[in-house]
Design a protein around this ligand. Structure first.
Ligand code: NAP
Length: 392
């Protein structure tokens, strides 16, 4: 449970960016699944939009409403002072997110987001981790499809392997889904900031304490045919392997020498090559402002896949873990990864921070470190699969 007592703040959870694509889905999830007596509020920059949303939420009369704009740092402070847990969907985070993280670190409120932008996560570590440790605030980034299935999946896999020995885990992601305008905008923005991203990573490495007596690595693997899963494996340079590595650094259970590699799993080689070429082309185009503008006009913030497409979407992350003479195959799977399941993971993470009996942590922490067992259990109950497929 958060160090803040219920009496300290008017709301248990404040959802900032509630009127955006994932924000609305998260608000609907909270309204439908909220535990009895949850005190929560929706927050955003448009009062009219917030009122319209609240009117159509079941039990909306009980939901608070807070106006806040990222251009007004005082309003970020007010959000933090009103909540034990602030959940923000307002991205791209590197553009919009820092003042709210700073306010949470300063006031001791727990903070979570859907950030998959490595630059932002490194920057908040350098600037706000120390203060958050002092106030007791937990800063938990990447609480959606980036990176919960990978982080908790690797955590779950490690628990199936012997303790105290070197361990390796490979994760293979397969999904059939579409992304929203907000995700597209964040990805384009991050692609266009390669230099800043590297510089933030170097700065973080200078600040992060050395890991003594243990090793935790996430090297980018090479493309290969992975016969253990019967697919072509293409390295996925997302934030996920970095998050898994941070969990391994923080938790002794990952053993004295841990390695994680992260791949997209694709059945046919031409599809794998096409995917690599498409991402390469997007990353190149994002460097040129006119091409970036043209691309961002294709899918605008606020837009995203409709209910029919979301209902047919799915994801599966298969893990192969090895160590101490044992090999284990596990899987984390669910429905629409980017939106339906992201809203579920995000809302359950906020509830977990607010109400579960969690290990004592503070500062920038991963989902596995802050909420590992409790959140896995919540997500299982909410219909996400965590299973051991085979052991050898
Ligand atoms: N981790 C994951 O797997 C995952 C999955 C999905 C999305 N995401 C990330 O989540 C973020 C949101 O995605 P989305 O599709 O929901 O985006 P979206 O529809 O564009 O929503 C963005 C939200 O930010 C709000 N906003 C923008 N500027 C603001 C300002 N100046 N002050 C206050 N609020 C402001 C918008 O308010 P208005 O409604 O007033 O415009 C809206 O509520 C993106 O960064 C995306 O990359 C991550």
């Amino acid at each position: 449970m958060t160090r803040l007592k219920r009496a300290d703040r008017p709301y248990d959870v404040v959802l900032f960016g509630a009127t955006g694509f994932v924000g609305v889905l998260t608000a609907e999830y909270l309204a439908a699944q909220a535990p009895e007596g949850l005190r929560w509020a929706i927050a955003g920059r448009s009062k009219e939009k917030l009122e319209r949303l609240r009117e159509r939420l079941p039990g909306g009369d009980e939901v608070g409403l807070l106006e806040a704009d990222v251009a007004d740092p005082a309003s970020m402070r007010r959000l933090a002072e009103h909540a034990r847990v602030v959940a923000s969907t307002v991205g791209p985070y590197v553009k919009y997110g820092e003042d709210l993280v700073a306010a949470c670190a300063e006031t001791g409120a727990d903070y979570l987001d859907l950030c998959g932008e490595p630059e932002f996560v490194d920057l908040t570590y350098v600037r706000h981790d120390a203060r958050a440790r002092e106030t007791g605030a937990r800063l938990v980034h990447a609480c959606g499809f980036d990176s919960i299935p990978h982080d908790l999946g690797a955590y779950f896999t490690v628990q199936q392997l012997p303790e105290g020995v070197p361990l390796t885990v490979d994760g293979f992601v397969t999904a059939d889904a579409m992304f929203s305008g907000g995700t597209f905008a964040s990805a384009l923005n991050q692609f266009s900031r390669g230099r800043q991203m590297l510089s933030a990573a170097r700065d973080r490495a200078r600040h992060e304490p050395r890991l003594m007596g243990r090793r935790a690595q996430a090297p980018s693997g090479a493309p290969r045919f992975a016969k253990e899963v019967g697919s072509w494996a293409v390295p996925l340079p997302t934030i996920d392997p970095q998050i898994v590595k941070r969990s391994a650094r923080a938790l002794d259970r990952y053993g004295p020498d841990f390695r994680y590699r992260h791949y997209a799993a694709v059945r046919h080689l031409p599809v794998a090559l096409g995917g690599v070429a498409a991402v390469g082309a997007l990353a190149t185009a994002a460097q040129l402002p006119p091409a970036r503008r043209w691309l961002s006009d294709r899918l605008k913030p606020g837009e995203g896949p409709g209910p029919e497409k979301r209902a047919k979407s799915w994801f599966s992350v298969r893990f192969v873990g090895e160590g101490g003479g044992r090999r284990v195959f596990t899987e984390v799977a669910g429905g629409d990864p980017g939106y339906g399941e992201t809203a579920k993971m995000f809302a359950e993470s906020a509830l977990s921070l607010a109400f579960d009996d969690l290990p004592p942590t503070a500062g920038q922490v991963t989902t596995a470190v802050a909420m590992g067992d409790a959140l896995t259990e919540r997500l299982r109950t909410a219909g996400i699969t965590f299973r051991v497929a085979a052991t050898r």
